[in-house]
Design a protein around this ligand. Sequence first.
Ligand SMILES: NC(=O)c1ccc[n+]([C@@H]2O[C@H](COP(=O)([O-])OP(=O)(O)OC[C@H]3O[C@@H](n4cnc5c(N)ncnc54)[C@H](O)[C@@H]3O)[C@@H](O)[C@H]2O)c1
Length: 718
Amino acid sequence: MLFSGKALTVQMLDNGIAELKFDLQGESVNKFNRQTVSEFSQALDAIEAADGVKGVLLTSGKGVFIVGADITEFGDAFSAGAEGVADLMNQNNENINRLEDLPVPTAVAINGYALGGGFEVCLGCDFRVMGEGAKVGLPEVKLGLIPGWGGTVRLPRVVGVDVAAEWIAAGKEQKPAAALEAHAVDAVVPTDKLKDATIKLLERAISGELDYKANREIKKSQIPLNDTEALMAFFTTKAFVGQQAGKNYPSPVAAVESIEQGYKLTRDEALKIEQEKFIFCAQTGTAKSLVGLFLADQAISKVAKGWEKKADKPIERAAVLGAGIMGGGIAYQSAYKGTPIKMKDIDQKGIDLGLNEANKLLSKLVDRKRLTPVKMGEVLNRIEPTLSYDGFDNIDVVVEAVVENPKVKHAVLKEVETKVSEDTVIASNTSTISINHLAEPLSRPENFLGMHFFNPVHKMPLVEVIRGEKTSDSAVARVVAYANKMGKKAIVVRDCPGFLVNRVLFPYFAGFSMLVRDGADFQVVDKVMERWGWPMGPAYLMDVVGIDTGVHAESVMAAGFPDRMGKNFTAASDVMYEAGRYGQKNNKGFYNYEQDKKGRPKKVATEESYELLKPHVAERREFEKDEIIERMMVPMATELARCLEEGIVDSPAEADMALIYGIGFPPFRGGIFAWLDSIGLDEFVKIADKYADLGELYQPTDRMREMAASGITYYGNK
Ligand SMILES: NC(=O)c1ccc[n+]([C@@H]2O[C@H](COP(=O)([O-])OP(=O)(O)OC[C@H]3O[C@@H](n4cnc5c(N)ncnc54)[C@H](O)[C@@H]3O)[C@@H](O)[C@H]2O)c1
């Protein structure tokens, strides 16, 4: 053994090949944490000092190769400023350079994921052999960063500028076929033959049959592009990448700039440029937010896994009541992810609609070659449409998704409870009605809870799991396990009208109603909020949700929280509702809707809405952009703080992730609590106080004021 550490070992094989094997103890995957980086240096010392090393083979002792840097180490390093960032980067940059400069050939056997730093170390080798199940990629832009261990330097030298820019700016994982086609790897072989095949390749390099020095030279030299070619390539790529990413996500363009500014330079000079760009990105709010989100996502997944472990019975057979928009979506998702589901409605028309929707979604996947027709058949077979309760005694979970009316829901829930077995869990997909209230007529309320999906079910990652006062842990655990199986992000919250997400969404809509009442143009509000980062502005969102649904939900929320959410004026949404403008569903709401070339609804402005609103709103006037943002966001933020204080949600991280996954809160802002921390609670309180006369929704809580006064933040003072 040349070297033996906690993260990797180096062992001499009989043919003069030193095998450097990454195998991080106590972890299920390999990653570049400080320990691995430091041992990598020591391993290189050992290899450089050893006699008789003819070649070096890199392997992994895990199911993955290396998944990248240890992101939990970023926070401290990034908050230590430029030097802290450089310090985190330098040692591994040196390592990879040393690996590339060894006087013997090197080859890597990529057996599984080689992402970020994991792929960058592969690029430092002379030869790369990939197993059939492996994936490579540089996903740093997803964290608001760029590759920082030579990815923007070596990849363009290996695969060409265009492919490298595309791979890095999109941050996508690449399958073996794509990697081979781009010449990012030299061969793809079955995983069980991977090590032997890589050794054989290395032996050919050792014997001189393959010219490893030529490979190396390419990676260390300028890229052979003339100025015109370069101008064309970089100009168009930057414009395209910039437009795709948007101004709130600067790192994809920074990555292309790193390639551009380094292409005429040698490796070591180009690496310096890359590091400057990396440091710039690491210090943006976007990187801070996205790194925070990555960690929050891991935290919520851990909580959900914890619940899953507690489930005393797996969900093997499901049923959904109501085959409408939501019921159809839930049936599709359950079947697609492997859990058979009965889809019951009282109306054959409903069933036909639900099945059609599932068919449409699956056909799209088949068209895009992401599913075979045989698999599509299998998924459809897992959905059993029915008008009766036959076989319900054999069901593990029933999701109720009938119309949003407490009386109907009470009747349906009571009925289904008599059709299922004693320990079947019954979950309601209600968007607003209190779970405790819905549980009232049930004889087994411990088996009842909320399972709130978002529309469209197949796209929206969040599922709010709502526990009522009497809900048992076992019911929560089983439903979270089912949500996990459906590929959703489950967040467990406590009961109240609107639960977590709608409880804070409707105050935001209230902010919108008051702005329009006071003379704001709804189209301007939409534009400002979209520029702030929301996927759609509030008027457009209301149209997509359905004005009738929105108005109804507003009344439920107003009844639940009359002091804050009751209103004493006719809101713009009420005006649209009265005029029969229900939004996208009937092609007219705040906007009119036409079909675009692909048959998708396209919004167009219409004077009709303005005419309808005129009698109910103040004379149109301009509002400053900041005033619009503040008047929209303060009610949402104060309500979210209330939810945390009341224990509706357990942690700021869960609350932030719920809004990102449920309603598309701008990820680059890291969530509402992260946003409050970034502007400072004292500043937020000052902003909110400016609007005190707009009502209770603009009142920060006492706790927020205390936190502001004592400098406490939601995520801890880092
Ligand atoms: N649409 C959304 O955006 C959305 C989002 C989240 C939650 N929800 C909630 O999901 C539920 C369903 O909403 P939707 O938009 O799918 O409604 P929908 O009107 O599209 O579908 C409701 C379906 O329930 C059927 N139904 C009525 N009574 C029934 C009964 N007794 N047994 C079986 N089926 C019955 C109807 O025939 C209809 O097909 C509501 O509680 C709603 O608040 C809706």
